[in-house]
Each structure stands twice: as structure tokens, then as C-alpha cells.
Design a protein around this ligand. Sequence first.
Ligand code: GLN
Length: 232
Amino acid sequence: QEKGSPENPYIIATDTTFAPFEFANQAGDFVGIDMDILEVIATEEGFSYEVKPLGFNAALQALESNQADGMIAGMGITPARQEIFDFSIPYYEAGAQFAVLENSDIQTLEDLAGKNIAAKTGTTGSAVAEQVAAEYGFNVTLFEDSVNMYEDLQAGNSVAVIEDYPVMAYAAKTGGIPLRFIGEQMEVTQYGFAVNKGRNQELLQMFNDGLLALQESDELEAIIYNYLGEEN
Ligand code: GLN
């Protein structure tokens, strides 16, 4: 059966919890900006797919080992990743930032000296945290999943987390986690859809065609607005 047909859908890997880009809502449906973009594009371009919420790093590995055909996970287009993956045109821009609990006495990155901070394996946030860890004297603890990262913060093991700004702003607004941002946004990247280098070029082409149409019709903006309102 042809790839992308209902009998042989494309396998699309994603993160488990990266609201509002992908997450299980209260009804248990797996939704989000990435899921809406993918759904609209697939309908428009006429391909079938199956989403696998594996976690960010597991999704990277699934894509690299061809267990997944594509990946959409609020994934930043970075030069390092471009060596192993082919990316679509960008659909969003975000930077990573540190945040602490609102009532924390930490005010600056310098206050993180000697403390633990939480980051997610394989992300641009974890990479930047590891780059500046020696400079600020903190330890980086890696988690496979954002949920575990915030649990570690709330349990007091980590005093700060690093994650993409819009995701934390959304968590603070809707998830009841009282966060305060410290430092500046770092590692600003464009989000893109990825396939393994040189593979699934037809899927990548369809994604790009569909995304262009979404941008031109302002539907992309509407999808993002639907989740993030004014704060995008
Ligand atoms: N945008 C970040 C990255 O590309 C984080 C993505 C994520 O955690 N799902 O690494």
C-alpha cells in the first residue's frame, strides 16, 4: 500500500506534553497547535497519518531510526539538527527561558549557583542550560517529559526549569503552576516539521504546500490564536 494511504499511514512522532502545541486535554483527546496544523494540512493534501506521542527525545530517535516518518513537536530548526533532518518552512518562533516558582527567592541567573535546575532531554533549552551551567554554577537534571520537570520544581528538588517561553506562559496561565521568569529568552528558534534527511520528501513537500496555504489564508494565525489568544 502506498505510504500515506489509510492502510499505510505516515507515522508522525511528537512530544507527550508540550501544551499548547501538543497535550491531552481534559476529555482525553490529544490536541494542540501542532496537532491542528497537521490535521488541516493532511486533510488539504490528502494523506493519512498516525500520531505517536513518544516524548521529545524519543521522537528524535524514532525519526532518526526511521521508526517515524515525520516529527512535529514545537521543534526548533537548528543547524545541528539540519545536519540529520530536513525541515519544513517555519510556522512559529520561540526562545527558551528559565523560570522559578513565583514565591522563590531566586531573582537572577546568578542566584542559581549551587542549585539544581530541570531541563528536558534533547531540547534546545537543555543544550543552552548545559552551555551556561559552569558560568552560573548550577547543576542540570534532565527529564524525559515536561510534566516530570514541573513536578521536580514543585517538589523543591530543582529551583528552576528551562523551557520554551510560550509553553511556560501557557502552563502558568492554565495549568495552575505559579511561575516567574528570570533572565532573558535564549536560543530563539523557528519551529518546523521534520523528516529524516533525504527521506519522505513527498511528505515534506505536502507539508510545505499545506503550510503555505495555511499562512496565506490566515488559518495558521487562527489556529495559534485559538490556543494562545493575544499572547502569541
Ligand atoms: N523548541 C524546543 C526544541 O526544539 C523544545 C521542544 C519540546 O520540548 N517539545 O528543542
